[in-house]
Design a protein around this ligand. Structure first.
Ligand code: KG4
Ligand code: ZN
Length: 364
């Protein structure tokens, strides 16, 4: 192994089957391959991820993913130092498909096996892409996750707050659905919002009156639904302008809440005087221009570096799992117990679990 570590990563906790090979050599990370087989079309008729369909599709495709990842990386099993696999949190059938596959390869080759928390994969990505030093602040915002974490070490995270109900991506998807826009809703709502007037409906900014960094998006979702119903009741339908204004108002409310809660999270993080202060984002919602620009402005104001990894590495992928495996191997933190598939697995076990489980499975 020496100066170079090469790891095969597997991810199957939600609706993407993925395998990747990542190599750390002379202090530099290189993604040799990253293969993703998505399941969007399989779940589309049901309006959300169906766990049984997901589990079966993962079991069917995971071997193919591994084969492709090794071949694209021009690497065989003998060239690997270990296998890293998502062992939670997520939909249990999918997680099991990945863990069983990884166990099989490990049994056949004798390679060490490392169980990775999916959220740790997201949270450690900015170290692979931008070489961030510990500790940094992380905002995970996707269809399944929403939380603030201080990333202190590859196996140490401190959760400052998170959503108490929906994840913001879920809310974007729901708003798109009630306004007749395509899925996934985020990009469609963002495009509409560009043409709309954000302050016409005066939507609420949930939980801003409560101290701390917890967030809530379900009331905002309901407020948009009520506003749409009121327009329909008044005019018999909604015009393109109504739709754009609803989207703009909703997006502005989400951005305001994320920025204000990020400001508070930054305050708490900065109070310990980190050496190289940084805020990193991950998750599909981080693709949103308005949200990204507003967070970047906030960081600029506070003299904090803002890092947003390329979108393909912000959303679910296996390179982040392989990288998390490298990080853990480097510090010798490889726990056999981490290989037990866990549908719920908070990164910061000292904090009470986040309530709720979205359409994409458990949030932590
Ligand atoms: O991280 P991700 O690919 O998957 C998981 O949730 O695991 O995130 C997908 C979510 C979807 O809910 C999608 O609507 C949202 O990210 N999203 C966006 C944008 N692009 C994707 N939300 C707001 N604005 C966008 N441009
Ligand atoms: Zn994820």
């Amino acid at each position: 192994m020496g100066d170079t570590i090469t790891i095969l990563g597997l991810e199957s906790s939600c609706d993407d089957t993925a395998a990747a090979v990542v190599r750390l050599s002379a202090g530099k990370a290189r993604i040799l391959s990253s293969v993703i087989i998505g399941q969007t079309a399989l779940h589309a008729p049901f309006g959300g991820v169906v766990p049984e369909i997901a589990a079966r599709a993962h079991a069917e495709k995971i071997d193919l993913c591994v084969e492709r990842a090794l071949s694209e990386a021009a690497c065989d099993l003998a060239g690997l130092d270990a296998i890293a696999v998502t062992s939670g949190p997520g939909l249990i059938g999918g997680v099991l498909a990945g863990v069983m596959c990884a166990r099989g390869i490990a049994a056949a080759t004798g390679l060490p096996l490392i169980g990775i928390n999916h959220l740790a994969g997201h949270a450690l990505t900015p170290r692979m892409t931008d070489g961030l030093g510990f500790p940094y602040l992380m905002l995970l915002v996707s269809g399944g996750h929403c939380q603030f974490l201080i990333v202190e070490a590859p196996d140490r995270f401190s959760r400052l707050g998170g959503t108490i109900d929906d994840a913001p991506g879920e809310a974007f998807d729901k708003i798109a659905k009630i306004l007749g826009l395509p899925q996934p809703g985020g990009p469609a709502v963002e495009a509409e919002a560009r043409r709309g007037t954000a302050d016409r409906f005066g939507f609420p900014r949930p939980l801003l009156d409560r101290a701390g960094c917890d967030l809530s998006f379900s009331g905002l979702k309901t407020a948009v639904l009520r506003a749409r119903d009121a327009v329909v009741a008044e005019k018999g339908g909604i015009t393109e302008t109504d739709r754009a204004d609803l989207c703009a108002g909703f997006q502005a409310a989400v951005a305001d809440v994320l920025v204000e809660k990020s400001r508070r999270a930054l305050e708490s993080y900065l109070s310990s005087s980190p050496a190289e202060p940084a805020l990193a984002v991950a998750g599909g919602v981080a693709a949103n221009r308005t949200i990204r620009d507003r967070l970047s402005e906030l960081c600029h104001e506070r003299g904090v570096r803002f890092v947003a990894p390329p979108l393909a590495l912000c959303t679910d992928n296996a390179a982040m799992i392989a990288w998390a495996g490298i990080e853990r191997l480097r510090i010798g933190s490889v726990e056999p117990g981490d290989l037990v598939a866990r549908p719920r697995w908070p990164l910061d076990e000292r904090r009470p679990a986040i309530l709720g489980s979205g359409k994409k499975g458990a949030k932590a």
